[in-house]
Design a binder for this molecule. Sequence first.
Ligand SMILES: [Zn+2]
Length: 122
Amino acid sequence: MTTLQEHIDALDRMVEQGTSVSKLRSQIAFIGREVAALEADYSSLGQAHAKLQGAEPQAEDECIHDGIIFKRGKRTGGVWAPFCHCGRPALIDDNDMVACSAGCPWICNVSRAELAQILKTL
Ligand SMILES: [Zn+2]
């Protein structure tokens, strides 16, 4: 499959070789159609992505315990898992405390042992 960059490189070579204006216009029109097709694909994928993101929260159970958001659904394998308030999964950090996996400044002061106890109650 020829990439858009290869079509643009071909246009460059055509200009350097003194290709006729009509052939240059034809190549530019071809590139324009390729760009339009890519824009249509991008738009369609963007809409599909937004639709999936909108549907995802409804597919998960959610509860809050000791300031931690717990979710259970397809992406957690059907088990309760802790999440940061920024939306990223929480993990146990080097100090054995629950923390954001993305490193945001959220602090919940819940230890690994306390987390295990909370998970038993859910
Ligand atoms: Zn976070």
